[in-house]
Ligand binder design. Sequence first.
Ligand code: NDP
Length: 356
Amino acid sequence: MPEPIYQTDRPVLVTGATGFVAGWLVKRLLEEGFTVHGAVRDPSNQAKTAHLTALADKLPGDLKLFAADLLDDGSYADAMAECAVVFHTASPFTSKFSDPQRDLVDPAVKGTRNVLETANRTPSVTRVVVTSSVAAIYGDTKDLAKVSGGVLSEENWNTTSSLTNSPYSFSKVEAEKTAWEIARAQDRWKLVTVNPSLVIGPTLSGKSTSESHNLIKQFGDGTLKIGAPPLEFGMVDVRDVAEAHMRAGFVPAAEGRHIASGETASFLQLGNMLRNHFGDTWPFPTRELPKWLMWLVGPMISKQLTREFVSNNMGLPWRADNSKSRRELGLEYHPVSVAAVEMFQQLIDTGRVKAK
Ligand code: NDP
């Protein structure tokens, strides 16, 4: 089993340290005794950073916060100075955007270029771990019909997303391509990517703007009461994603891309996982809506539910091969039902969903 080797004598950088995924990664790094340089947009914003400083107070490692912005070239230089490993997690993950180029693609792609070109100018850096996504591997679920065995692997690239079709996925594939282009043009540091499916689980801050939480919130706010869209996707516990980053950063032989996905589930199955724990009083879906109905009414429900999206994604199987992450990173996956229940409980506890 490949084991990580933690060399804590040099600091490590986490970009976007305020994020959902990054919080759990910072925690794991502090547990192992690292000095973590956390790059955030505004270190004085305690509403976003207090959970990180509280962790550093009780764990063996140290935390230093630095101000940096993906769109401000060179702004990661101070945070990266002396670091051996860079974890680049920062990237917008939101469905609330008005201009996909400005709000999603530019921060993702220019931000990746900004961080990795800073790595080129920082002699201490030996490895960069980029948080990519399965969105860089496929665009629409119908793309799976064209891949070997109908199962996604690290060999596959998203060739179908664009500024108008799933622009978030487009931002992730363009950002990962940029990362590999920059990595291949030099030989001092190694690039390793983690490509998670939908990340679920509680946040360390108690708050989140990550799209993961907006999706789970729909199970409690009545959105899915009349039925679930017939949509399958991969899911993974946020703590497994943090561990995947630790291993991508510190397993000496780690190479290339790694799908990080625990299980496949549909909206209906995810609703059933929640019902098994929380009972019937919540508006969890009890049936799947037919694809034709989603095609008809989707655009009236949400601007993301275009007829093209329904046609290309609903009623189709979603499968991904996570064996590389298990074999080469030594990653073990936890059941996603536990993470889903903890995530929903946190939404209740923080008042984001209320019993009807
Ligand atoms: P969050 O929204 O919680 O985190 C995104 C982070 O990016 C935040 O720290 C945010 O900072 C930062 N960020 C956004 N724009 C900028 C900018 N212009 N300059 C500096 N920082 C910026 O999302 P997640 O934790 O879910 O996502 C983390 C990573 O994981 C992303 O790369 C995402 O694409 C990827 N991912 C997430 C999945 C999921 O299901 N959640 C699935 C697969 C991949 P601020 O707090 O200041 O807004």
